[in-house]
Design a protein. Sequence first.
Length: 116
Amino acid sequence: QVQLVESGGGLVQPGGSLRLSCAASGITFRFNTISWYRQAPGKERALVTSITVSGRTTYVDSVKDRFTASRDNAKNTVYLQMNSLKPEDTAVYYCMTRDSYGMDYWGKGTLVTVSS
């Protein structure tokens, strides 16, 4: 059974930093691309970043140079380091992976609130 569990969200002031974690089980983690999505209040869920099995990353323009995704295959964990946070980064952040059959798996999300 595939499980993804996000953690690390919370309340932070504008300009602050947070590091999110996504712990995976039930998959051969090192063979999977992991993506981070976010859903802001009243908006659709949107892709933020993906990290491939080789560690290659892609980012949506709004977070480039502020967010950094990384992975530790030994710990079956992907991280999202978020710096210079803005109020518009407020959202529930989800990690997602897709298996070889095309089935998507999602975590339950972690809430990030950027506010003074």
